[in-house]
Design a protein around this ligand. Structure first.
Ligand SMILES: NC(=O)c1ccc[n+]([C@@H]2O[C@H](COP(=O)([O-])OP(=O)(O)OC[C@H]3O[C@@H](n4cnc5c(N)ncnc54)[C@H](OP(=O)(O)O)[C@@H]3O)[C@@H](O)[C@H]2O)c1
Length: 250
């Protein structure tokens, strides 16, 4: 049963993922920066192991060490707009790149799931209509540093994965790209793949899809899947996207 390194372990999506993964028997190394969150993580399951460490202060060497005994890595961290734009870059881009590179270097790591955002793209997607485009432009106007940082991290994951020797050894880089997140209960139904931008998606549904993709596997390298709530049951949506090789990367 693969062990997961979960970066940003006290985040809202990450807490849902921790519950789901441990319930399925996975050990989760949950990286948090605040020691007061240790008991909350540990109370989820004996399989949830809190690790107090600030990802934005990590070095290449400490990121390498964090991969020990781990097979899958999940990035669900984010500065969340707290602090100056420099901190957004430090967390959402620089730290993300550091852990992506460490995961690719680590011989035992075979999957990297990036929780990104559907607005993290340089240009309009070909399947969008005017409303999608307006939503995209509004996000880039409101939170440009965040959009740019997420773009850079996603492109790094893509580019480094294509270059990596391990791409022929079962490496899967999965970029899950939700729209605006909500704290509503999960609906279990989504628009996944070349999805719309407006509408939003519950954090619990994002966590469910992430776990489903990790466990199902994507059968190869380089999957980008946009996501909002929709009409298709999660398992069917994942199966459709994987089986048909759907990608939201133009
Ligand atoms: N908000 C949206 O509408 C939206 C939309 C699309 C995608 N996303 C992305 O979805 C992902 C998950 O979102 P979410 O709502 O679950 O995020 P969240 O609740 O804000 O969680 C992010 C976590 O990252 C942690 N973190 C920040 N800096 C850290 C550091 N230096 N070391 C360790 N942990 C650190 C935070 O820790 P603390 O709790 O200690 O601050 C927090 O627990 C994020 O990558 C986000 O960018 C968000």
């Amino acid at each position: 049963m693969p062990t997961i390194l979960l970066l940003g372990g006290h985040g809202k999506v990450a807490l849902h993922m921790t519950r789901l993964l441990t319930a399925r028997g996975h050990k989760v190394h949950s990286v948090i920066r605040d020691a007061s969150h240790v008991s909350e993580i540990a109370s989820i399951s004996p399989l949830a192991v809190p690790i107090v460490s600030s990802i934005e202060d990590a070095t290449d060497a400490s990121a390498d060490r964090s991969m020990d005994g781990v097979q899958w890595v999940v990035w669900s961290a984010g500065a969340g707009g707290k602090g100056a734009k420099e901190r957004t870059k430090a967390v959402d881009e620089d730290a993300a790149k550091r852990f992506i590179a460490a995961a690719i270097r680590a011989p035992g790591v075979s999957r990297f799931l990036m929780v990104s955002a559907s607005v993290a793209r340089r240009e309009k997607a070909e399947w969008w209509d005017e409303l999608d485009l307006e939503t995209y432009k509004a996000a880039w106007n409101a939170i440009p540093a965040y959009c740019a940082a997420k773009c850079a991290a996603d492109e790094f994951l893509w580019d480094e994965s294509r270059k990596a020797e391990k791409k022929d050894c079962g490496w899967e880089d999965i970029c899950l790209r939700p729209g605006a997140l909500t704290d509503e209960p999960a609906t279990g139904k989504v628009d996944l793949g070349r999805a719309r931008l407006p509408g939003g998606v519950t954090r619990e549904d994002v966590a469910r899809i992430g776990v489903e993709l990790l466990e199902r596997g994507t059968g190869g390298t380089g999957v980008w899947l946009d996501l909002v709530n929709g009409d298709e049951p999660i398992e069917e949506a994942v199966e459709r996207c994987v089986a048909q090789g759907v990608s939201a990367r133009d």
